[in-house]
Design a protein around this ligand. Structure first.
Ligand code: NAD
Ligand code: 13P
Length: 352
């Protein structure tokens, strides 16, 4: 039987937790090699030490996941090529803005027959139109690429609190099941759905709704308002996904990647938290500024995703159909005040 070797590309907050989760399984399951190579975007810590060396010495990512042991079989590697060289299962988990550059460096470096999965929530917009991150990976590297999305705040999974996730795949169920086996633990239940675009768009678009929810919190509006924003957001998420990909299924929105991720991110995510601070400052401090101060190296995905989706909406003339998605972007760039987040609701279109 084939034996699988896993590499994780990315070592931020979720990257570190995903590596820990995977390594707990590869250590037990005979069809996987124990060792999990985790590519680290190298940086120098305030102590003068390299992050990758510190991770290997302490078995802990002191910058992005302090206080949590990763498992002895997680090996940090700052050299991208060496991290992936022997792997036939590649897990992509970096902020979405960096993935294209990383993929370009990996062209021709992968083992033949390697499979990929993306845990990245975001999209790229090209001249030709929007491109999902899994497709960018698949097309650039000539590999099959599934996605794993869900209500997965990394710090909670790090301490093994129960949660669920959804793997989206295209056609090859056997491969999807192998990924599910790699990720499933008693506290992390993974299901599979043959709707890769739907699963990935859920994970991508909910970050925009989370910004809206954070604005509502920062304006000290109550639970009814926040629930309304989440409902309108979910409806726009579904309508936008179906306009882009008519194959997207309604059921996907009831999986962990859909409504559950929307709820957790709007309650406890980083996009929500920074958007709350943005509204409390009356929009006077930029998201970039607040992100740097509040997240110390961690990255928001919602602000850039709002811009990317806005480009698609304006290009296709769909702006009127998606007042919440459009308004979030206009608030982020300072064109509208944070209070506008609730002002379009009287003329919300009927999206069915
Ligand atoms: P993070 O935001 O915690 O950390 C940022 C990472 O980007 C760090 O590893 C940093 O070294 C790296 N980085 C900085 N500059 C870079 C560059 N130029 N090139 C390459 N890498 C660079 O990262 P994360 O939380 O692991 O997020 C990765 C993806 O996972 C995102 O799409 C996010 O939406 C998704 N996600 C995150 C969570 C979570 O709770 N953190 C949960 C689910 C999904
Ligand atoms: P934030 O990036 O807003 O923290 O969201 C994390 C997430 O995707 C939870 O599933």
């Amino acid at each position: 039987h084939a034996k699988y070797r896993v590499a994780v590309i990315g070592s931020g907050n979720w990257g570190s937790v995903a590596s820990r989760l995977i390594a707990s399984n590869t250590a037990k399951l005979p069809s996987f090699y124990d060792e999990v190579r985790m590519w680290v975007f190298e940086e120098i810590l305030p102590t003068g030490k390299k992050l990758s060396e510190s991770i290997n010495e302490q078995n802990e990512n002191c910058k992005y996941l302090p206080g949590i042991k990763l498992g002895k079989n997680v090996i940090a590697d700052p050299d991208l090529e060496s991290a992936v060289k022997d792997a036939n299962m590649l897990v992509f988990v970096t902020p979405h803005q960096f993935v294209e550059g990383i993929c370009k460096k990996l062209v021709g470096k992968l083992r033949p027959g390697a499979e990929a999965i993306s845990l990245i929530k975001g999209m790229e917009v090209k001249m030709e139109g929007p491109c999902m991150i899994s497709k960018l990976i698949a097309d650039t590297l000539g590999v099959n690429c599934c996605v794993l999305m869900g209500a997965n705040i990394a710090n909670e999974i790090a301490v093994e609190e129960f949660s669920e996730a959804t793997i989206g795949y295209r056609k090859d169920k056997e491969v999807a099941n192998r990924w599910a086996q790699l990720f499933t633990t008693p506290y992390f239940l993974v299901s599979i759905a043959e709707d890769i675009e739907g699963v990935e768009l859920c994970g991508t678009l909910k970050n925009i709704v989370a910004i809206a929810a954070g604005l509502v919190d920062g304006l000290d509006m109550g639970n009814n308002t926040k629930a309304a924003i989440m409902r309108i957001g979910l409806r726009e998420m579904r309508a936008f996904s179906k306009l882009l990909f008519p194959s997207v299924r309604d059921n996907t929105f009831f999986e962990s990647c859909g409504v559950a991720d929307l709820i957790t991110t709007c309650l406890g995510g980083r996009n929500r938290r920074v958007a709350e601070a943005f509204a409390r400052n009356g929009g006077k401090r930029s998201f970039d500024d607040l992100e740097a101060e509040m997240l110390r190296g961690q990255k928001l995905q919602g602000v850039s995703t709002a811009r990317e989706v806005y480009e698609v909406l304006t290009y296709r003339g769909w702006q009127e159909l998606f007042p919440l998605l459009s308004t979030v972007h206009e608030i982020c760039i300072g064109q509208l005040p944070p209070t506008s987040i609730v002002e379009y609701s009287e003329h919300t279109p009927n999206l069915s």
